[in-house]
Design a protein around this ligand. Structure first.
Ligand code: C2E
Ligand code: MG
Ligand code: MG
Ligand code: MG
Length: 280
């Protein structure tokens, strides 16, 4: 009986493995090169001043509209792209596309605002990010002052010194750097003071829990305090309720991003948000 059960489990396991293998194959064959423009797109989520709701920037988020199943969404797609190494190639496309749209975004919002692009740890290891950014800025005519790169702490794991050098050079070009998902990684405080950062992003898991979990609330307070001490900007992601907005503002976090303000939308729909006013 145990044997039969075992076989049953194995079969289920094996069919899951098959699905995963198929998904991987689909990614590799459809996203392996030819025309990413036809497969991929970017959505933009606005970032706001918490006090008056003014748009202060937008974050570009990768979408694969015709991707198989769950893979149309970044939270499923990006880990797979990282696993297969495809993120290095696709990350270039994302950077170029976001820079290409920088002017259109400024026109829609009504003033030049920052466009944030997520950069995977692998891109730091496998590409000359400084050369890539310089090339893309020249090619697209985008301004470095309006480009922000979002990295997670994992970007500093493989070769911290090289990562720090890269970021210094990018900052010297006028590009700003945000540390994404802060609080979920190793959050090495010794490193934090050495990293050439402009901004820390509080991970949305802390934001979503802060009103009913006093530990998470304390962590939020500590991150805000840390940012202030290091003279860094601070933005909370995943702000969904008015209560969270009020709490964060009172705690000293003046920048916010989340469904309370807007969901990520395609460029064409960004106009609706901007004309809906700076109000929430
Ligand atoms: P992230 O950079 O931390 O982006 C924030 C994620 O939270 C986005 O998910 C966004 O849609 C979601 N979000 C924003 N506001 C709220 C909210 O109020 N509530 C909730 N529940 N969620 C909210 P998304 O677009 O699925 O992206 C997931 C992750 O995938 C990103 O997390 C980022 O790490 C990665 N990613 C997305 N696009 C790219 C890309 O172009 N390159 C790389 N390397 N990574 C990307
Ligand atoms: Mg991000
Ligand atoms: Mg984040
Ligand atoms: Mg996140």
């Amino acid at each position: 009986d145990a044997k039969r059960k075992g076989r049953h489990t194995w079969r289920r396991y094996s069919s899951e493995m098959h699905d995963i293998a198929m998904a991987r194959l689909a990614v590799l064959s459809r996203l392996s090169g030819v025309s990413l423009d036809h497969e991929l797109s970017l959505h933009y989520q606005t970032q706001h001043a918490g006090a008056d709701g003014r748009i202060i920037g937008v974050e570009a988020l990768l979408r694969w509209p015709s991707g198989p199943g769950e893979l149309s969404r970044a939270d499923q797609l990006v880990p797979l792209l990282e696993e297969t190494g495809a993120i290095v190639h696709i990350g270039k496309w994302v950077l170029r596309e976001a820079c290409r749209q920088q002017r259109a975004i400024a026109d829609i919002v009504g003033y030049a605002c920052r466009v944030a692009v997520n950069i995977s740890a692998q891109q730091l290891v496998h590409t000359d990010l400084v050369a890539l950014v310089a090339q893309v800025l020249t090619e697209t005519g985008a301004s470095a002052d309006c480009l922000e790169l979002e990295l997670t702490e994992s970007a500093f794991m493989t070769d911290p010194d090289r990562a720090i050098r890269t970021l210094r050079e990018l900052k010297a070009m006028g590009v700003s750097i945000a540390l994404d998902d802060f609080g979920t990684g190793y959050s090495n405080l010794t490193y934090l003071s050495r990293l050439p950062l402009d901004k820390i992003k509080i991970d949305r898991h802390f934001t979503s829990a802060l009103l009913h979990d006093h530990v998470d609330a304390s962590i939020c307070r500590s991150i805000i305090f840390l940012a202030q001490s290091l003279r860094l900007g601070i933005i909370a992601e995943g702000v969904e309720t008015e209560g969270q907005r009020a709490w964060l503002l009172a705690a000293g976090c003046d920048q916010m991003q989340g469904y309370l303000f807007s969901r990520p939308v395609p460029l064409e729909r960004l106009a609706d948000l901007a004309t809906a006013g700076t109000s929430r």
